[in-house]
Design a protein around this ligand. Structure first.
Ligand code: ZN
Length: 353
């Protein structure tokens, strides 16, 4: 294998600005492991880490990257490995890091831990040939999946599952409007809504993306145009009722429309604000329609095991799978960041290592 290398954010800058450098991967401390990475997947967090987050200082220099998969190269002294994981074997990474001993962690709500953080933000991430992670963050890769698929899976599916199952308690027969159906988290949400017995109504930016949403199991797809027309279309498709759940991650550009398309007693769940994080809205829409707003960030690590068991019931035809937009070489990581930011793809942007 070539010299180990990684990408570094030495100072915040635009997408594509992380710098490649050689490095000597450290040996894992007790409780931690070292992976030789074979693939990593990009997320919006890679861009935020690169560009900087106002009011949220990051420990620079830092290697971005939350998602990854590879082979287990070294194990810290006295470290216990999760079931199905062995030295030299193939593994994927759960992206959330927490203390493991506080009350929130003890009841499984690791993403509510006071020290909770994501790989590639609180410590060096996966835009590298090697990464160090806690052994508790390892999971076996489903049967016939490639490293690229395994890397593209954890963060978006964990996020979408948490939003739909735990924040919204989605019931069979309910209707969910999924903004950005072509995004990584959107493509995961469409499939999970269907697997959970719901009806997904996806919103996309182009006709080409509409076709792919249908392939994933969306019941209806709306090509985004004027928001007023979109509200009319949703009303028409839902018998004037609106949708039971709005799956939000887009923020300022869509927020007031989300309130308009949400049914009486419905819920809006959000995990992001890619179009802007500040918005205003008419509170009457909220209380008169008795809408509940729920914030969500990542999800319980335990749920990745749930998702894994659902896949392993039928690995050749799983109820959901990561959608890969494009595979770059890790050496092209800056270009992969710019591609993600441009937002023209469908599904996850992955780097092969
Ligand atoms: Zn904790």
């Amino acid at each position: 294998m070539a010299e180990p290398f990684r990408f570094r954010v030495n100072q915040h800058g635009p997408a594509g600005s992380p710098v490649r450098e050689p490095f000597a991967p450290a040996d894992p401390k007790p409780g931690w492991v070292k992976l030789e990475l074979k693939a990593m997947a990009l997320n919006r967090l890679d861009l935020w880490t690169t560009e900087g987050i106002p009011g949220y200082p990051l420990p620079l220099p830092l290697t971005p990257g939350c998602d990854g998969a590879g082979t287990l190269e070294a194990v810290g002294e006295g470290t216990i490995l999760p079931p199905g994981v062995a030295l030299g074997g193939s593994v994927m990474i759960a992206p959330g890091l927490s203390c493991g001993v506080c009350p929130a962690c003890s009841r499984g709500d690791d993403m509510l831990c006071p020290t909770y953080g994501v790989l590639g933000q609180v410590c060096d991430g996966t835009a590298a040939t090697h990464v160090l992670v806690p052994a508790a963050n390892l999971l076996p890769i489903p049967g016939n999946w490639t490293f690229e698929q395994a890397a593209a899976f954890p963060l978006v599916f964990l996020t979408a599952w948490e939003m739909l199952v735990h924040k919204c308690a989605l019931r069979p027969g309910e209707t969910v409007l999924v903004w950005g159906g072509g995004s990584g988290v959107g493509s995961a949400a469409i499939q999970l809504v269907k697997a959970l017995g719901g009806t997904a109504l996806a919103v996309v930016g182009s006709e080409a993306k509409a076709m792919q949403c249908w392939d994933l199991g969306a019941e209806h797809v709306i090509v985004r145009g004027e928001m007023k027309a979109l509200v009319g279309k949703v009303r028409e498709l839902t018998g004037k009722r609106g949708v039971d759940v709005v799956f939000e991650h887009t923020g300022a550009a869509t927020w007031t429309t989300s309130l308009s398309v949400c049914a009486r007693g419905g819920r809006i769940v959000t995990c992001g604000a890619t179009t802007g994080r500040e918005t205003t809205f008419d509170l009457r829409a909220l209380f008169a329609k008795q809408i509940q707003i729920r914030g969500s960030y990542m999800g319980r690590r335990e749920h990745l095991w749930t998702l894994l068991s659902l896949i392993q019931r039928n690995p050749t035809n799983p109820p959901f799978h990561p959608v890969i937009d494009r595979v770059f070489d890790l050496a092209e990581y800056p270009e992969a960041q710019r591609h993600l930011e441009a937002g023209n793809g469908f599904g996850k942007v992955v780097c092969r290592i």
